[in-house]
Design a protein around this ligand. Structure first.
Ligand SMILES: Nc1ncnc2c1ncn2[C@@H]1O[C@H](COP(=O)(O)OP(=O)(O)OP(=O)(O)O)[C@@H](O)[C@H]1O
Ligand code: SF4
Ligand SMILES: [Mg+2]
Length: 339
C-alpha cells in the first residue's frame, strides 16, 4: 500500500511553513519523554490548519519548536526540519531566526494575562512592536496601537490605550493579544487554544474575529484547539495528533464526512450533533499513553475498538488515503467504509 513519506500536507503553491519529520524529546529525571515523534505538516498562505488531539499529544510542543520557544533543556529537537519559506529555521543563525520570529510569524497563547506584561499599559506593549521593529517614535507607535485596538474591535480604543491588562475583560485581553500578533502583519499566525479560557459566547466572538482578520490579511493560520465544533467553520485542513504523531490528516470536509482513523472517529462521535440525537455520546475509553512508555505497535491500540494482533507489533505508517489525505491506521479502509 502507498504510504506518505513526505510532508502529507504540502500545498501545491505558496507554502509558508513545512514541518518535516520533527522529533522532540524531553530529557527528565523520570526518563525520556518522546513528545513529538515524526510530525510533518505544512501551511500555505491563506490557509488554516487545525491541529486536534487530547491533552499531552504534542500539539503545543510542535509549535513551540516552530517558534523557537521550546523549553530547552529539558526539551530537544532530535530530528527533522522546519522550513519557513524554504529555509530551515533549525539551522539558521540565531539573530536571523529572531527576526523571522518577530516579524514573519507570531503566536497567540491561551492565557493573555500571563502573556502580557502586567505593569505596562496595553498601548505601550502594542506600540513597542512598532518602536522595536519599525523604528517608530513613541508618539506614532501609540497612534498605531489605537488603530490596532480599533481593528480588533475594542470599544473606546482611544480612551483605553493607557489602561493596564488587568483592567480589561478576558475576551478583550484576548483581542489585545490578537492585535499584538497581527501588528507587524506576519505571514503566519499560530494560535494555541486561543479561546479555551473564555466563556462560550465570548469564545465564538473571538474566533470569528480571528477568522475574519486572517481572511482580510491572507496569512496562514495554525489553530490548535480541543473544540471540534469550531473547526468545521474555520479550518481548511485538519491534523489529528496522538502520542506525538499525526494519526490522520485531511481536508476538513473529508474528515467530517468519513474519518479514516478510529481515533478521529472517536473524537467526532464525542461532539453532540443534532442529527445524532438519541444516540449515546461516545467517549474514547481509557487514557493516552505515558510518553516515556508508549505501547509498541500502534500507540492507540490499548484504546482502539478495532485493534487486532498486528496493531500490537507493527507501527502503522501514514498510509495515503487520497492525494491530500493520510491515515496512520493499518485498517483505515474498514474505518472509512464503516460510516
Ligand atoms: N517543559 C516540559 N518538560 C517536560 N516535559 C514536557 C514539557 N513540556 C511538554 N512536555 C511533555 O510533552 C508532552 C506534550 O505536551 P504538549 O504541551 O505538546 O501537549 P498538548 O497536546 O499541547 O496538550 P494540551 O492539550 O494539554 O495543551 C507532555 O505530555 C509532556 O510529557
Ligand atoms: S492500527 Fe490498529 S490499533 Fe491502530 S488505530 Fe488502526 S485498528 Fe486501531
Ligand atoms: Mg497545549
Amino acid at each position: 500500500m502507498d504510504t506518505l513519506t513526505e510532508s502529507p500536507l504540502v500545498p501545491r503553491t505558496d507554502t509558508l511553513l513545512d514541518v518535516r519529520d520533527l522529533h522532540v524529546e524531553f530529557r527528565t529525571r523520570d526518563g525520556i519523554a518522546k513528545a513529538v515523534n515524526g510530525v510533518s505538516y505544512a501551511v500555505a498562505r491563506g490557509e488554516t490548519l487545525a491541529v486536534l488531539g487530547e491533552s499531552g499529544s504534542g500539539k503545543s510542543v510542535t509549535v513551540q519548536a516552530v517558534m523557537g520557544i521550546l523549553d530547552s533543556p529539558p526539551g530537544f529537537v532530535t530530528r527533522g526540519e522546519i522550513l519557513f519559506r524554504g529555509e530551515n529555521l533549525l539551522t539558521m543563525p540565531a539573530d536571523q531566526r529572531r527576526k523571522v520570529r518577530g516579524a514573519k510569524m507570531a503566536m497567540i497563547f491561551q492565557d493573555a494575562l500571563s502573556a502580557l506584561n502586567p505593569v505596562l499599559t496595553v498601548g505601550y506593549q502594542l506600540g513597542e512592536m512598532f518602536v522595536v521593529h519599525r523604528g517608530m517614535s513613541r508618539r506614532d507607535a501609540r497612534a498605531m496601537a489605537v488603530e490596532l485596538m480599533d481593528r480588533v474591535r475594542i470599544p473606546a480604543a482611544r480612551q483605553r490605550v493607557g489602561d493596564y491588562p488587568h483592567q480589561f475583560s478576558g475576551g478583550m485581553r484576548q483581542r489585545i493579544m490578537i492585535a499584538m500578533a497581527m501588528a507587524l502583519e506576519p505571514d503566519l499566525i499560530i494560535a494555541d487554544e486561543p479561546t479555551t479560557a473564555l466563556d462560550v459566547t465570548v469564545q465564538a466572538q473571538v474566533m470569528d474575529l480571528l477568522a475574519e482578520l486572517r481572511q482580510e490579511m491572507g496569512m496562514g493560520l495554525i489553530l490548535i484547539t480541543h473544540d471540534l465544533g469550531v473547526v468545521a467553520d474555520v479550518a481548511d485542513r485538519i491534523a489529528v495528533m496522538y502520542a506525538g504523531r499525526i494519526v490522520e490528516t485531511a481536508p476538513v470536509h473529508d474528515i467530517y464526512r468519513a474519518p479514516a482513523h478510529p481515533y478521529t472517529k472517536g473524537l467526532l462521535e464525542s461532539i453532540p450533533r443534532l442529527d445524532r440525537k438519541g444516540k449515546e455520546l461516545y467517549a474514547i475509553r481509557g487514557l493516552p499513553p505515558s510518553l516515556t512508555d508508549v505501547p509498541p505497535g500502534c500507540a492507540f491500540n490499548p484504546r482502539c475498538p478495532m485493534a487486532r494482533e498486528r496493531c500490537r507489533t507493527e507501527v502503522p505508517p501514514l498510509y495515503r488515503v487520497t492525494a491530500e489525505r493520510g491515515s496512520a491506521c493499518h485498517y483505515w479502509e474498514e474505518c472509512v467504509g464503516d460510516d
